[in-house]
Design a protein around this ligand. Structure first.
Ligand code: FES
Length: 152
């Protein structure tokens, strides 16, 4: 697992949370298979739901997640996620798939930003600026021994 604070990480090939259609097809993992390919196409709806891993997976170290900010991370299987910490100890794990048309959302300055059409989300995934209308998907997460864990 890796996490990054770079906004550029999620921007390149950003459709479907940074996964190319080939990567999704070749991945074959449960996470990759859970992605709906229709959202990768221009005109996609962004109604892509990612499935948490069947076994618990560490997605970030809590110490890497800035208070009042976010980091990009990857689930086993390749789905792109965001780990946020609006206030100390309040951790959210969100799908990085924009609910507008499926581009990859990246950490901004105290918020989350979609590079495609300018939607922004707060650190809990709520839309703060359209065109997206729906919040980012939230994944259930726990913090254990300083690690942010999803699934299981
Ligand atoms: S795909 Fe994110 S704003 Fe359009």
């Amino acid at each position: 697992m890796s996490a990054s604070t770079s906004a550029a990480d999620g921007a390149a090939g950003a459709c479907c949370g940074g996964l190319s259609r080939r990567a999704v097809l070749a991945g074959g993992g449960a996470g990759a298979a859970a992605l709906v390919l229709a959202a990768c196409s221009p005109g996609g709806t962004g109604d892509v739901q990612i499935t948490p891993p069947a076994t618990a997976a560490t997605v970030a170290q809590l110490a890497e997640v800035p208070v009042g900010g976010a980091v990009s991370a990857t689930l086993p299987g390749g789905a792109q996620i965001l780990v946020t910490q609006p206030t100390a100890g309040d951790v959210h794990v969100l799908s990085a798939i924009c609910t507008h048309m499926g581009c990859g959302v990246v950490p901004g300055q105290g918020d989350l930003e979609c590079p495609c059409h300018g939607s922004t989300f707060d650190l809990a995934g709520k839309v703060t600026h359209g065109p997206a209308k729906k919040p980012l998907q939230t994944l259930t997460a726990t913090v254990k021994d300083g690690q942010v864990v999803v699934g299981g």
